[in-house]
Design a protein around this ligand. Structure first.
Ligand code: PDD
Length: 287
């Protein structure tokens, strides 16, 4: 079951207009919320980012936060699997014609579609993954979780063809982020990541990793990270809601550090898993 424009329905019954502005222009924004044992993880943070994305593209928010939370929880309840990835999007709707400026008085299209959450299996976490790099050729509002994902599609396809799991992007000699993740580096025991800006998505997992590093005395520098530093890093990892903390052990065919998952990645992933398990237990106690 999924939610579309006010109703829960079977996936095969869900239809949107061919003239939906999401289809024509990618005119909309989205979120991906991980759900563990039916507990949405960091729901408030995801809904807050959704509000920021909607405001950034001048699209009226169709629901107050409490109603979004209710709809997401109801969508979760209707699935027959416990761990979920809730995909949610809002487009500027169907104006009945293809004209670029905002239409007036058109209802947005709202979709909430939970699917089974696939996090990296333990063996992959332990082995790490390979990545390619590429110039970041996206627009200058990468802080908006926009439905325009053609650059991501092209970069992730290039990564897949190279047998890699992610594409690490650089802009003007500095690390921006992964095609669908944020990137952290470790050098001489110090963790570093770029500060939030218009050039990257403010990741919910990025925020949590920073919180956990600070709370546990891990040396951390939030500052611009040069391409040279990435290429000389002892460790490199990606973070996202679905990949959690996943080490990159090879970049452009060259080993990162000694080519194995490093101790800092293991430590932060363990802290992340502990935190997640605590939240899940608390959620279960409330239920
Ligand atoms: N992507 N940067 C980009 C460009 C992303 O697309 C994502 C997430 C992230 C990580 O954000 P978070 O920690 O909030 O998941 C960073 C999602 C998972 C996707 O598009 O499927």
């Amino acid at each position: 079951m999924l939610y579309l424009n006010g109703q829960f329905m079977r996936r095969e019954d869900a239809k949107v207009s061919a003239l939906d502005r999401g289809c024509l222009f990618g005119d909309g924004v989205y979120e991906v919320i991980p759900v563990y044992s039916r507990n949405p993880f960091r729901l408030d943070e995801h809904l807050s980012r959704l509000e920021a994305s909607l405001a950034a593209i001048g699209l009226d928010n169709p629901h107050p936060r409490a109603e979004w939370a209710r709809l997401v929880r109801e969508a979760i309840r209707l699935q027959d699997f416990d761990d979920q990835s809730v995909y949610l999007h809002v487009t500027r709707g169907d104006a009945g014609e293809r004209d670029f400026p905002f239409p007036q008085g058109v209802a947005p299209t709202v979709l909430i579609n939970p699917t089974a959450l696939v996090t990296p299996p333990a063996a992959l976490k332990a082995a790490g993954v390979k990545a390619i790099s590429h110039a970041d050729f996206r627009w200058l509002r990468c802080d908006v979780k926009s439905l325009n994902l053609l650059p991501t599609v092209l970069l992730r396809e290039a990564a897949r063809r190279a047998g890699c799991a992610e594409c690490v992007m650089f802009r003007d000699g500095f690390l921006s982020e992964g095609a669908a993740s944020n990137i952290f580096v470790v050098r001489d025991g110090v963790l570093a990541c770029p500060p939030k800006s218009n050039l990257m998505l403010p990741g919910i997992t990025y925020d949590l990793v920073i919180e956990l590093a600070r709370a546990n005395g891990v040396p951390l520098e939030v500052r611009p990270v040069s391409e040279a530093e990435v290429r000389a890093a002892d460790e490199l990892w990606m973070t996202s809601s679905t990949r959690e903390v996943l080490a990159i052990v090879e970049l452009d065919g060259r080993p990162v550090g000694d080519g194995r998952v490093g101790p800092m990645a293991q430590r932060l992933d363990a802290l992340y898993q502990d935190f997640k398990n605590q939240v899940m237990r608390a959620g279960k106690e409330q239920a």
